[in-house]
Design a protein around this ligand. Structure first.
Ligand SMILES: *[C@@H]1O[C@H](CO)[C@@H](O)[C@H](O)[C@H]1NC(C)=O
Ligand SMILES: *[C@@H]1O[C@H](CO)[C@@H](O)[C@H](O)[C@H]1NC(C)=O
Length: 113
């Protein structure tokens, strides 16, 4: 029986279709409080997390660092930390421009009852 990880590694070795992407979820409670959650995904498998308090990556698999050295990973974490601090500040500074209107339709609501 193949685990999903072994299957993914096999796909990688065979050069099969694989995507890597990063997810960012930023929560802004008010003008001063914000939290950033981050994760790294290889197709459907999460291989990275993000410790938002310390601003460090969490490696969920022994091979999550890929070919990066510890030093390179530290540099990447520095980059992400700087980006997240800048992003948070930009959003908080422009909070009035970013206000979204949430449409409420009583007609649609009634129809679904
Ligand atoms: C902002 O939101 C945080 C988290 O919900 C809360 O703890 C804090 O008291 C709030 N601050 C103000 C000024 O409303
Ligand atoms: C990653 O490391 C492996 C084994 O050391 C090597 O064969 C491969 O070429 C490296 N890949 C990249 C993109 O550096």
């Amino acid at each position: 029986l193949l685990s999903s990880e072994m299957l993914l590694l096999l796909l990688l070795l065979l050069g099969g279709p694989t995507s890597f992407y990063l997810k960012q979820i930023s929560t802004f409670a008010n003008n001063t409080w914000a939290q950033n959650q981050g994760s790294g995904w290889l197709d459907d498998l999460q291989i990275h997390g993000w410790e938002s308090d310390s601003g460090t990556a969490i490696f969920l698999k022994p091979w999550s660092k890929g070919n990066f050295s510890d030093e390179e990973m530290t540099e990447l974490e520095d980059l992400f930390r700087a980006y997240l601090i800048g992003f948070t500040r930009e959003v908080q500074d422009r909070v009035n421009e970013f206000q979204l209107e949430c449409e409420y339709s009583p007609v649609i609501w009634r129809e679904s009852q």
